[in-house]
Design a protein around this ligand. Sequence first.
Ligand code: WTA
Length: 647
Amino acid sequence: MKQTAESRGALATDVRIWPVRRYVEMHRRSLEDIERFWSEQARKLDWYKTWDRVLDWDFPHARWFAGGLLNASYQCVDRHVKTWRKSKVAIYWEGEGGESRVLSYSTLYREVSRFASMLKRLGIKKGDCVVLYLPMIPELPVAMLACARIGAIHTVIFSGFSAQSISERAEETKAKLLITADGGYRRGKTIPLKQIADEAVSISPSLETMVVVKRTGEPVTMQDGRDHWLSDLLEEADMVFEPEPVESEHPLYILYTSGTTGRPKGIVHSTGGYLVFNHAAYEWVFDVREESVYWCTADVGWVTGHSSIVYAPLSHGAAIVIYEGAPDYPTVDRWWDIVEKYGVSVLYTSPTAIRMFMAQGEDIPARHDLSSLELLGSVGEPINPEAWHWYYRVIGQERCPIVDTWWQTETGGIMISPTPGIESVPLKPGSVTFPLPGVDAAVLDYDGNETRPGETGYLVIRKPWPGMLVDIYGDPDRYKESYWSQYPGCYYTGDYAMKDEDGYFWLLGRADEVLKVAGHRLGTTELEDAAVAHPAVVEAAVAGRPDEVKGEGIVLFVTLKADEQPSTELEKDLVKHMRQTIGPVASPDEVYFVGSLPKTRSGKIMRRVLKAVAAGASVGDMTTLENEASVEEVRRAYEGLRKAAGD
Ligand code: WTA
């Protein structure tokens, strides 16, 4: 971490390229010899034993830093308490109700040690999976680091997911322990997490024990012998608990994410490669200094939270902000209040949030002192130039560079982004600029040739990188099929992209059946599987439609059983059913009841048609359609209802 701001410079927003020599040279050198390059980066971490080999590449499986031993919680906590950072702030936590908790690195060290000792006493061993279903409270990163400390593998489940989602993930990972809270806060209301967890445990034979954090104080049922309050268990725990050295390839966590089939994929990340990659990327992208206060607004339940709230910043000994609640509670200026209160220097958020603030008007942030901000970040979905300019002008006050960072749950960390920590890169609003050192990104056409400047193609990564996923949990065939079978030797991202004449990358959305709704990743098949599980539904099809704020909205088309009639009650019930099956993130924005769905002659639902209908566009070529009449019907149902809604 840098001590001074000497290299920051001002970022130009015009498109003139000046020679970004330091970056270009570093990128070139990194790809010439990736093993040498990544071993230099790996030396920046503390290892109990250094690696024997940098990379074993047995396509499509990589082993990074084989033979090396380290511990993620040691990287994020212990090594800082051995320095002056012992008394530095690690976490500024802000509760939704306005309370705040400040944890120094030495407090974090104590909390993580005690938590780890408690896990050990509960019989959790190296390699066991532990499910974390917690709100955004300090106990969540503490629990993650405590799992890492003993070599247990955490599976964090976003607290907006349902009992069924928890149970599916717990069963697949054979987790015996679930850690949750009595509840969480959202817009002043409480979410009954313990109750949802109870339901999950009742349908998950593998889950035997529950540890409950007291957060809201609302009454919950505790089952004797199975459920324990965290505070009771911690009374018995040891204050000092040494981290367990684990092999570099030992899994640090499994995080479920949506793919193109119905079942979410358990993305497995390693310890060594993942940490080396995130440690390096954080420095290059965020250019954080000792005195910086860094706030990533994501939920820890997503990969952005894992890498950009917990592992990358804490491995640098950064001071981070964690906010528990909704951005507009109790008033729409809550975030700006937090920026002012903690003197936030780096704000890293999503285009959806930016567009939401845009809609509220400039005068709201203008009421706050945002002069502490130095750098702004964006992640999770393409940012439209209009939102980019607003963010730059209104929030950054034309002072702060914007790092638009492209990455995925699978990539583990940021892959394509401006790198002010290496050198100021001239920005183009809406472009993620250039790949990070060590990242060999390319845009290919259907046949696998590199596209010409300005042409749209598929984004691939041509060389392994240390942050890459190790596997899909329990499904190596799917791992190979999903990522390594489209283009020989390349990692397939599933994203459309374009490289312009200056070599800048532009990300153009998903090329597969994955939606990005308010930055949350959802598979259309996963949503359809949930919809057809409703007793009134025969068939279902989901299409994304452009949404001004959320980027994409969910439109659900369903056909009903013969004895069912479309009604507002049924629509409401269907929405409720989707929320219960997957979680509130899966609520359809619109539901349409249709007599049949457009299909190809081979019986496949024509998603392209539905998507076009949902977006109000022309449906294009329909020569392969079986039931053309249903296209008209879907369109009529959609348009009729939009009219009825006064759109
Ligand atoms: C999209 C989130 C454009 C992309 C870290 C990717 C982006 C998917 C950007 C991964 C960006 C992420 N510009 N699109 N800066 N960042 N995406 O796994 O479609 O939740 O494939 O990881 O988000 O979503 P995930």
